[in-house]
Design a binder for this molecule. Structure first.
Ligand code: 1HN
Length: 352
C-alpha cells in the first residue's frame, strides 16, 4: 500500500504552512510512513559480545557503588535507536553488576522485569518478601508493582541480564514507582516457598491469582536445561527452532509474564535452522555453546558469531537463521504476549 508522495505545489506548501500554525498536518504527506506494507523498524540486528562488555561492566564497579547507582547497569542500546534506552522498540535490556557485599535498594514500579543470570552465583533477589539465590541460567521474575531489592553476600561478582517492558510503559504513560524507606525489604517467607506452593502441579485450594504474572518467580536452569536435553534425546528438532520451550505461568498455562514472553532453546551441534521471522523483535542471551546467526536479507543482512554470555537482537520481521558449532542453549525474550493479546502477532516459517 505504498502510493508515493503527492506532488508538492506552491499552493499546497502554503496551505501546509497555514494549517501548521494550528497544529495540523496533512495525512497524505505522512501516510506511507505511518502505514507500511511490512514492519519498518528502526531496530537493527546487533550483538554485544561479553568479552567487550565485561571489562566495562567491571570498570563501572570501580566507579560507582550499587547503592549510589540504585541499579548499576550498562544499558544495551540498539544502535538504530541510540538514546532511547531500548534494545528493540518495545524492550529494554541491560547488564547489571552486583559486587560482593553490595545491596541494590528496595523499590517497586509498574514496569515488569525479568532477570537472566549470566555470570557468578550467590547473589539474591528478593521479591515480595522471598529471596532467591541466583545461579547462572536461572530466569527470575519481578512482577509489576512488587517490592524488590538485590544483594550479594557471596565472594564473587554477579552479573545478570535485565529485561523490562520500559518502552511500552513509557509509550502508554502508565509508569509509577516508589522506594522503600529501608534498603532491604524484610524476609517474610523461606526461600523456595513459591516453588513448593505453585510449581508442583498443585496450588493452595481456592487459590485466586492476584496478578497476571506467574506466582513462580524463579525458573531454575537445572530444570530448563534438563528438559531441553530430554527432548533432544527423544524427538526430532523443529527445523526453525531446534528444541524450544516457552516459560509458562502454571496457574493459567499462559506466558509467565503479561508483557514479555520468555523462551529457552537447545540447538545441538551442527544445527542449521531454516529461515524464520516473526513480528516480535527478540533479545537473546547465549547460555552455552557457540555458532553464528544470520539476520535480515539483501543489503541489510548481517552474520553475527556468538559464544557464551553474548547478547544479541533480532528485529521484528527480520528473518534469522542459526548455525551451531557446539550444543547451544539460548534464552530469549520478546513482546509476544502483548502482540498476541492485540491480535497483531504474525510469523513466517518460510516453506519449512
Ligand atoms: C530496575 O528496577 C532494575 O530492579 C533493573 O534490578 C533495571 C531499569 C530501569 C528501571 C528499573 C532492578 C532497571 C530497573
Amino acid at each position: 500500500m505504498t502510493h508515493g508522495a503527492p506532488a508538492q505545489t506552491d499552493e499546497r506548501r502554503s496551505f501546509y504552512e497555514q494549517i501548521d500554525r494550528f497544529s495540523m498536518t496533512p495525512l497524505w504527506e505522512v501516510l506511507d510512513a505511518l502505514v507500511t506494507p511490512v514492519p519498518a523498524s528502526p531496530c537493527l540486528p546487533h550483538i554485544w559480545r561479553y568479552d567487550d562488555a565485561r571489562p566495562h561492566l567491571m570498570k563501572s564497579g570501580e566507579l560507582i557503588t550499587a547503592q549510589e547507582a540504585v541499579r548499576r547497569v550498562l544499558v544495551l542500546e540498539n544502535p538504530g535507536m541510540r538514546g532511547d534506552s531500548c534494545a528493540t522498540r518495545s524492550l529494554y535490556a541491560g547488564l547489571q553488576l552486583i559486587l560482593p557485599g553490595e545491596v541494590a535498594p528496595a523499590h517497586r514500579h509498574t514496569q515488569s522485569a525479568l532477570r537472566f543470570v549470566v555470570e557468578g552465583r550467590g547473589a539474591y533477589t528478593a521479591v515480595d518478601g522471598e529471596r532467591r539465590t541466583m545461579e547462572p541460567g536461572d530466569f527470575i521474575i519481578t512482577p509489576s508493582w512488587t517490592w524488590h531489592d538485590h544483594g550479594n553476600p557471596s565472594d564473587e561478582p554477579v552479573v545478570w541480564l535485565d529485561g523490562l517492558d520500559i518502552p511500552v510503559v513509557r509509550f502508554l504513560d502508565a509508569g509509577f514507582a516508589e522506594n522503600l524507606p529501608d534498603d532491604t525489604q524484610p524476609v517474610s517467607h523461606d526461600e523456595g516457598r513459591s516453588l513448593t506452593r505453585y510449581a508442583n502441579n498443585m496450588v493452595p485450594v481456592g487459590y485466586e491469582p492476584e496478578s497476571l504474572t506467574s506466582p513462580i518467580f524463579a525458573y531454575p536452569y537445572a530444570q530448563s536445561r534438563a528438559t531441553l536435553h530430554d527432548m533432544a534425546g527423544h524427538e526430532n528438532p523443529d527445523p526453525a527452532h531446534g528444541y524450544k520451550m516457552q516459560f509458562i505461568n502454571p496457574v493459567t498455562g499462559s506466558y509467565a509474564m503479561p508483557t514479555m514472553a520468555t523462551f529457552m532453546q537447545l540447538l545441538p551441534t551442527d544445527t542449521h535452522t531454516t529461515a524464520y521471522r516473526s513480528t516480535d523483535g527478540t533479545v537473546y542471551s547465549v547460555v552455552e555453546g557457540s555458532g553464528e546467526v544470520e539476520v535480515g536479507e539483501g543489503d541489510g543482512k548481517v552474520v553475527m558469531a556468538f559464544g557464551p554470555r553474548d547478547h544479541f537482537v533480532v528485529p521484528s520481521w527480520a528473518p534469522s537463521r542459526f548455525r551451531t558449532e557446539t550444543d547451544t542453549v539460548l534464552f530469549s525474550f520478546s513482546d509476544r504476549p502483548m502482540q498476541k493479546a492485540l491480535g497483531l502477532w504474525r510469523e513466517d516459517r518460510g516453506n519449512a
